[in-house]
Design a protein around this ligand. Sequence first.
Ligand SMILES: [Zn+2]
Length: 305
Amino acid sequence: MQATNKLMLAMAAALAVSGPAAAHKDSPTPEFKCSSCKEWNHPQKPFKIYGNTWYVGTRELSALLVTSPKGHILLDGALPQSAAIIEKNIKSLGFKMKDVKFILNSHAHFDHAGGIAALQKSSGAMVATSAHGAQVLRDGVIGKDDPQYDPAQDPRIPKIAMVTAVGEGEVVNAGTVAVTAHMTPGHTPGGTSWSWTSCEKGRCLDIVYADSLTAVSTDNFKFTGAYADTLRATIAKVAALKCDIVVSTHPGFTGIADKAASTTASNNTFIDPNGCREYAAGADRRLDARLATEQQPAAAGLPGG
Ligand SMILES: [Zn+2]
């Protein structure tokens, strides 16, 4: 459907500049506090999704590890305080941090990118995401173009020194793992979804790590107009991806806990060819509801929106 522009990100070059000593040296990872952070960060035992794809995140914030004998790719780092949990999960599966060659980010918010700096430090991995997302990770703060921009907020994302930008259809390689970037702006301007193939007993399936598709913002922001159009197009794009298994950044949106509980040796319930379409349909409904609230006149006495 779309031209695939394959970019071989040269591992040798990446590693030459991103060893642990070169990774930026922030002091111990600060704990980020938010109303849901404690619940989100509850430790979760890692589990296999399919083939060489593993869930290594916390209970309510996804992180996936895609492995190969010559290097792994980690997707997302959750909260700053999640990094230790993710690292422990990776090691408990028998994998080594130094074999993580790339860390990919879905979007540059504190709950998905917060742990990446610490994970880069312990692995020496290169971080990759969209050009817009890469700049936010380098700055450590989201910009005015982000629906959740709040001028009063502290810098929320530990800054990441070594970040490379990828574009639509570009492929990030580590060993035999090849992960394709799909630009999915809307929840943030730089949102990125990722896909790859994992095989088990000769059966190869398309796996999608789908970015957040929710219209969440600070109080005075309105999605109505260009932002809604952008998010709507992204939702349609996610629905159309080749997708046998979908995992969302917040695992609850794609029922990951239920699927983990119901999967057996002979019946992998993560496999669902409708998964991406259903995730997208839910996002469409939530966007409709959000836009409807934006059409309502502001209640008297409340600050104008
Ligand atoms: Zn977000």
